[in-house]
Design a protein around this ligand. Structure first.
Ligand SMILES: NC(=O)C1=CN([C@@H]2O[C@H](COP(=O)(O)OP(=O)(O)OC[C@H]3O[C@@H](n4cnc5c(N)ncnc54)[C@H](O)[C@@H]3O)[C@@H](O)[C@H]2O)[C@@H](O)CC1
Ligand SMILES: Nc1ncnc2c1ncn2[C@@H]1O[C@H](COP(=O)(O)OP(=O)(O)O)[C@@H](O)[C@H]1O
Ligand SMILES: [K+]
Length: 515
């Protein structure tokens, strides 16, 4: 699914109005109507008090449309307008009057803290204060209103986005954002929903299609893309019935050192399980028996050194090389990696200590083969590109880095982001079960195994991150979050492929006895 920026959404709004001969007011009616339908379906007329807090822009206008429809359908509604300025939007004003025309219970204008209403914990709060038009951090009594609503235990539904955060700009004041229970976003999720600094304000969201111009949506290069099952499905390359192991590529895994041979085992197994036809693993001598016994399917080459990598020699052309898990950063290993980079003609997936070796000796950077894939977590990324001011600054720096060295960067997070040139792909599979030792080593093997099978570096990264997340989720369904260890993620790789093409089962109709 495409993610558009706030500017693109305003543009889409304009284009839709012009091309489809509808007004912004019609669009607002659609948007408010969709929120109403969502609530109505769940509430079925229940008389729970609903408090709608509107700003004075079009997000507030959506709140007014919702309020009117709820009142017309007999709900128990109170509308408040956070009247922080008289510069109200046109569509807001029209809908403000429409509310006044259908009820004697007019919207309550709030102008200070003294106007904050009492809210019971079982009530419902609708947050329609700010949407994509926020242009500065909320201050004064409006900030206090946001804090007051957050302190309340009532269920909070945000319209389009939690008020106080930007769609695609860094957060300025984390104390002035609504923490919503559920967000209903129009047409597209917002980029900030997925970033470490802001995702916690959006624990659940759904996207409502408000019918913005399909041509605009289809042809416009998005700000970012969300990768979920339908997108991942399209990336899959079916296997040829007449293929043989060589067709599916030969992966070289360079990993392990004394005490960290498990990392080599995990990457090797993952690479085989994702479908690499042949895997050779290069390790220090100490790991020979461990590797041969744990993964009989893999071939093993050993370094001359007993405990760490010092010279990486092999006499074949792998389609992809995975480097880094468990190798340490001793001087001889850094030098060995340097020689490997110089020699390699294939893309290299560089993870963990592979990245730390680069951080130790930055001259390695320009030797990284083009189209290689770097998979840093936060700490490794910081050692590579330095610190950042906020999530957006981080993305900007990673984009510049990826462009400069012509590589793909996989920023590992709860919502992992794959960065290539100016493109951003956000992964949505995965859960907290993946937060376990060795999980990253599995991902390295997965991505390398996909490159070996003929996926280009970008697709291998995007699909690999998706399947890795999906395997973790499937494992956690049987073992709970805590019970999943990295080997389990590998065991569930086959299921993650199968799950990719599983049809969602339609809810079963209840059978009625007729006799
Ligand atoms: N395609 C679209 O773009 C559509 C947008 N709609 C709604 O319109 C919203 C965007 O509306 P607007 O652009 O009017 O903007 P908002 O309603 O998000 O609010 C911006 C208003 O608040 C003021 N403001 C911004 N930051 C402030 C601050 N910190 N303190 C005080 N005032 C502040 C602005 O000057 C402006 O008047 C969307 O989020 C969505 O809810 C829908 O009505 C329909 C379609
Ligand atoms: N809470 C979470 N939700 C989703 N994915 C997660 C979560 N925590 C960790 N992950 C994923 O698990 C992997 C952990 O990798 P990494 O930190 O390198 O682990 P290790 O170094 O132990 O192998 C990454 O792919 C990351 O995106
Ligand atoms: K809002």
């Amino acid at each position: 699914m495409k993610i558009f920026s706030a500017a693109q959404l305003h543009e889409a709004d304009k284009v839709t109005a012009e091309k489809h001969n509808i007004t912004s007011l019609d669009l607002m009616e659609r948007a408010g109507g969709q929120i109403f339908a969502w609530l109505h379906q769940r509430m079925q007329g229940a008389q729970v008090p609903i408090h709608i807090f509107c700003g004075i822009g079009n997000n507030g206008g959506d709140g007014l449309v919702l309020g009117r429809l709820l009142i017309e359908n007999g709900y128990n509604v109170t509308i408040y307008v956070a009247n922080f300025t008289d510069k109200r939007s046109k569509c807001f004003l029209v809908n403000y009057d429409k509310v006044k025309n259908i009820t004697k219970k007019w919207p309550i204008l709030m102008t200070s803290e003294a106007d904050f209403p009492e809210i019971h914990k079982d009530d419902i709060i609708i947050d329609a204060i700010f949407g994509i038009g926020l242009n500065r951090a909320p201050e004064g009594w409006v900030k206090k209103l946001i804090q007051y609503l957050n302190k309340n235990k009532a269920f909070t539904l945000s319209i389009d986005m939690p008020s106080g955060m930007y769609a695609n700009q860094a957060l300025e004041d984390a104390d002035a954002v609504i923490t919503s229970n559920h967000t209903l976003a129009f047409q597209t999720p917002k980029f900030s929903f997925f970033l470490p600094e802001t995702a916690r304000f959006v624990p659940f969201f759904e996207v409502l299609d408000i019918g913005l111009d399909p041509e605009y949506i289809y042809t416009t290069e998005p700000y970012a893309q969300v990768i979920s099952k339908p997108e991942a499905q399209q990336l899959y390359k079916p296997r040829d019935r007449f293929s043989y192991k060589g067709t599916h590529g030969h992966t070289l895994v360079v990993a392990g050192s004394y005490g960290k041979m498990g990392a080599a085992v995990l990457s090797t197994k993952a690479s085989l399980k994702i479908g690499s036809g042949i895997v050779t693993t290069f390790i220090p001598k100490v790991g020979y028996t461990i590797l041969q016994t744990s993964v009989p399917e893999a071939m093993v080459l050993t370094d001359d050194n007993e405990n760490v990598l010092s010279s990486i020699n092999y006499n074949f052309n792998p389609q992809c090389i995975a480097v880094g898990p468990g190798i340490g950063t001793s001087e001889q290993t850094v030098n060995a990696i340097k020689e490997l980079f110089k020699r390699s003609k294939s893309p290299i997936v560089i993870d963990a200590d592979g990245l730390n070796c680069i951080a130790e000796d930055k001259s390695l950077l320009k030797l990284i083969p083009k189209q290689s894939i770097l998979t840093p977590h936060k700490g490794e990324l910081e050692r590579l590109i330095g610190t950042w001011k906020n999530d957006y600054d981080k993305i900007k720096k990673v984009k510049a880095f990826a462009k400069k060295y012509e590589v793909v960067v996989v920023i590992k997070e709860t919502f992992t982001i794959v960065v290539f040139e100016d493109k951003l792909y956000i992964n949505t599979s995965g859960n907290q079960a993946l937060a376990t030792a060795g999980s990253g080593d599995v991902l390295t093997g997965i991505i390398a195994g996909l490159v070996s099978q003929g996926y280009d570096s970008l697709l291998a990264s995007v699909l690999g991150v998706y399947l890795h997340g999906s395997a973790g989720v499937l494992a956690s369904k049987q073992m709970g979050y805590e019970g999943v260890i990295a080997s389990d993620i590998i065991d569930f790789i086959p299921d993650s492929y199968i799950e990719l093409f599983k049809q969602e089962q339609a809810p079963q109709q209840e059978k009625t006895e007729t006799k």
